[in-house]
Write a new protein. Structure first.
Ligand code: DX5
Ligand code: ZN
Length: 221
């Protein structure tokens, strides 16, 4: 049986204390680092040097979520600096197959992200090029938004397509994942769970990670 992957988003952490913040969540599987360019999404965070600094701490593997225009140009470098996983958006990529292959060439897992209004159907034939599909469960750009349960059918369709192809891709959900929404996402077929505010606003991040992990685990197939 697949084990859940818990990926805390450091979007709203104290960036001046990066090592402390990563240590706070180091019981999780991987840290989710959101790169926003103020073009693809209406918010600006950080770029390659900060993501590389996260990798260099060596505290835990890094999952880079690129909410940027022109990922064909920028995404492979995130793999080259040592991210374990690099996710770029279908809506922004001009050559998703080439970009995914370049990411894999540098030894990272390649992932394709879908905004809420983007369907999985046009990307089914591309599944062999990827290790993970990210089904966004909020409009990308900000932490602290509510989980869109209207995305559950898309998670199910993605799960069915992956199972039908006999491939081994993870399905990640990102946005509004918490104690009250993680079970539905797991039930629908998600295996990898990003949680920002649920973990960083919790009194005890380790305890929250453990709770999310066990809720997800008991609802996964
Ligand atoms: C939103 C980001 C998310 C965000 C999730 O565009 O991609 O990773 O940090 O934050 P929460 O869990 O608070 O919705
Ligand atoms: Zn994200």
């Amino acid at each position: 049986m697949t084990m859940p992957v818990i990926s805390p988003s450091i979007l709203n952490c104290n960036i001046a204390r990066l090592e402390d913040e990563l240590t706070k969540i180091s019981s999780a599987d991987i840290a989710h680092v959101d790169v926003m360019d103020n073009h693809f999404v209406p918010n600006l965070t950080w770029g390659l040097p900060v993501v590389e600094a996260c990798v260099r701490t060596g505290i835990m593997p890094i999952d880079a979520h690129l909410m940027i225009a022109d990922p064909d140009r920028w995404a492979p470098a995130y793999a080259e600096v040592g991210c374990a996983s690099v996710t770029f958006h279908a809506e922004a990529a001009g050559a998703p197959i080439r970009t995914a292959r370049e990411i894999r060439h540098f030894g990272a897992r390649a992932a394709l992200a879908l905004k809420p209004s983007t369907d999985i159907a046009p990307y089914i034939d591309l599944l062999p090029e990827f290790d993970m599909i990210l089904v966004m469960t909020v409009e990308p750009g900000f932490g602290g938004q509510s989980f869109l349960d209207t995305m559950l059918p898309k998670i199910r369709r993605t799960r069915e397509a992956i199972d039908a192809s006999a491939l081994d891709l993870s399905i990640q959900v990102d946005g509004g994942v918490s104690r009250s929404t993680i079970e539905q996402a797991a039930e629908a077929g998600a295996t990898n769970f990003v949680a920002g505010s649920a973990i960083f606003r919790a009194e005890d991040a380790y305890e929250e990670i453990a709770t999310l992990r066990s809720l997800a685990h008991s609802h996964m197939h």
